[in-house]
Design a binder for this molecule. Structure first.
Ligand SMILES: Nc1ncnc2c1ncn2[C@@H]1O[C@H](COP(=O)(O)OP(=O)(O)O)[C@@H](O)[C@H]1O
Ligand SMILES: [Mg+2]
Length: 473
């Protein structure tokens, strides 16, 4: 015997609200629908309204007829298995409802098509009270507005904010809005800059700027890898970002992104040009400072969502085994340019024709960094010392060599902190020291002033400020 047991509306609605959308992911899911509806202008208006906030997402896409609107409002409107056009960003027939309900209790959809306006709304208080999916559908009205075709999604009863401390609520709201602009700037950057179909996004009157994590103007692209079979079509392209000394400070800070270079290394997965997940190595590697300049773009279409285990929120996916195997195989070639850059930076310290102040050496137990006893200034000083002071100096050297705070330096370096920048007030001292060093070096056998200068300019701390020093000596 088959007995129909339909879901209990009031409890289902509660579960639909808790899928775990973030505010940004919820808006991105609504935007996906506008893109699928062929909009090229999407305006988002977030208003605080003195503790009764509302959010509207307006697009100039093709809009919906009354029947399409009713279907759109149905939870589970389109099966995830039904076929979709190539540029459809939807999948589960849920996004409009689940994304909205994750943030608010009232969803109003107003849509413009064929000179008509159709409007429908879900009020979850009513669904819960009545324990029935009662949609509030307005009669079609004549469209006398400027928006010829398009759709406005409006959220009211936004209760995700009301749990927060009342005093901080407005501030939280404002910072959410400013983060939203950035999130759109990265999630849809290939639409904003016209790589895909060009779309303009405006959040509270401000145009969203594209943020391209691959810094195409200065990064080095690696060859494209393709994986193509009956089920999967996937394009992989690695980029090695420029070293700090190859970009301006502004560029370096900008392309670090909000979370910094260490967090932002990894695979960036795009579905139909829209960024799905935060950068990750999919468990194939760990995030490490030596790979921090490596970012890899993966492009997939909307035909292999099941294989990629795309989640309802479209905010995570897992590579299918065939892709994972291939990624594993090419991982070395993707990572090595970035790792080589990193290692070169470390090695540069020991490649001196002359005598740097620090020496790097490979010993049995690992790498050591030591004060170079043959450095001309140190040598000169040691030669002038009497026996007891000489002993004292050896002790001091021992402590400096073995007390290098390497973990702290490593942590600061990974965090992209500036390490040992010379203070402005010390620059004159550095210049004076440069002159003295050049004089001292010029006295050495085989050395003249030019060669002394040449060797100094490759050593820290002179190297970093050389342009400045050169002018003054
Ligand atoms: N802004 C919009 N413009 C036109 N149609 C829309 C819009 N938003 C939603 N729809 C319609 O509603 C349907 C359901 O949307 P949604 O719940 O997000 O599921 P999905 O995107 O997975 O199909 C879409 O397939 C589309 O037909
Ligand atoms: Mg959708």
């Amino acid at each position: 015997m088959l007995k129909e047991v339909s879901p209990n509306a009031s409890s289902l609605v509660m579960s639909m609200r808790s899928i775990g959308y973030s505010f940004n992911n919820a808006i991105a899911d609504i935007i996906d629908n506008s893109i699928t509806a062929e909009a090229d202008l999407i305006k988002i208006q977030c208003l605080w309204n003195g503790e009764v906030p509302t959010i509207e997402i307006e697009d100039n896409g093709k809009g919906m007829s009354e029947n399409e609107l009713i279907e759109a409002m149905r939870p589970g409107s389109k099966s995830p298995l039904s076929s979709r056009s190539n540029d459809d960003l939807g999948r589960f027939g849920l996004g409009l409802k689940t994304a909205s309900f994750s943030q608010c209790k009232k969803l109003i959809v107003k849509t413009f098509q064929d000179k008509l306006i159709n409007e429908a709304s879900w009020d979850l208080d009513i669904v819960q009270e009545q324990n029935k999916w009662f949609l509030d559908l307005e009669n079609s009205k004549e469209n006398t507005t400027n928006l010829k075709t398009g759709t406005i999604i409006r959220w009211e009863k936004i209760d995700t904010l009301s749990n927060k401390n009342k005093e901080d609520a407005e501030e939280t709201f404002n910072s959410m809005v400013s983060n939203l602009g950035k999130h759109i700037g990265i999630t849809f950057h290939r639409y904003i800059n016209g790589d895909k179909r060009k779309i303009n996004f405006i959040v509270n009157g401000i145009k969203c700027e594209a943020f391209d994590p691959f810094f195409k103007e200065k990064s080095t692209p690696l060859p494209i890898e393709l994986i193509k079979n009956q089920l999967i079509s996937c394009e992989i392209r690695g980029f090695t970002l420029p070293n700090k000394n190859k970009c301006t400070e502004k560029e370096w800070d900008y392309f670090a992104g909000e979370e910094g270079y260490l967090a932002n290394q990894g695979f960036y997965l795009y579905r139909n040009g829209r960024l799905i997940s935060n950068p990750t190595w999919f468990g194939l590697e760990r995030k490490s400072p030596k790979r921090k300049l490596c970012r890899v773009r993966i492009d997939i279409n909307n035909k292999s969502d099941l294989l990629w285990q795309l989640d309802v929120k479209k905010s995570s996916a897992v590579p299918p085994p065939v892709v994972k195997r291939r990624l594993k195989k090419i991982l070395r070639s993707l990572l090595s340019p970035a790792e080589r850059n990193f290692n070169n930076q470390a090695r540069r310290l020991s490649n001196r024709e002359l005598n740097p102040i620090w020496e790097r050496a490979i010993k049995d137990r690992g790498i050591t960094y030591q004060i170079n006893r043959n450095h001309p200034l140190i040598k000169d000083c040691l030669e002038k010392l009497d026996e007891s002071l000489y002993e004292n100096f050896q002790k001091i050297f021992f402590l400096i060599d073995n007390g290098l705070p390497s973990e702290g330096i490593y942590a600061d370096y990974s965090d992209d902190k500036n390490i040992n920048e010379i203070e402005k007030s010390d620059l004159d001292y550095l210049i004076k020291l440069s002159s003295e060093m050049i004089n001292l070096l010029s006295q050495k056998e085989d050395f003249d002033r030019e060669r002394a200068k040449m060797s100094l300019r490759t050593d820290e701390p002179f190297k970093k400020y050389w342009e400045f020093i050169e002018e003054k000596i």
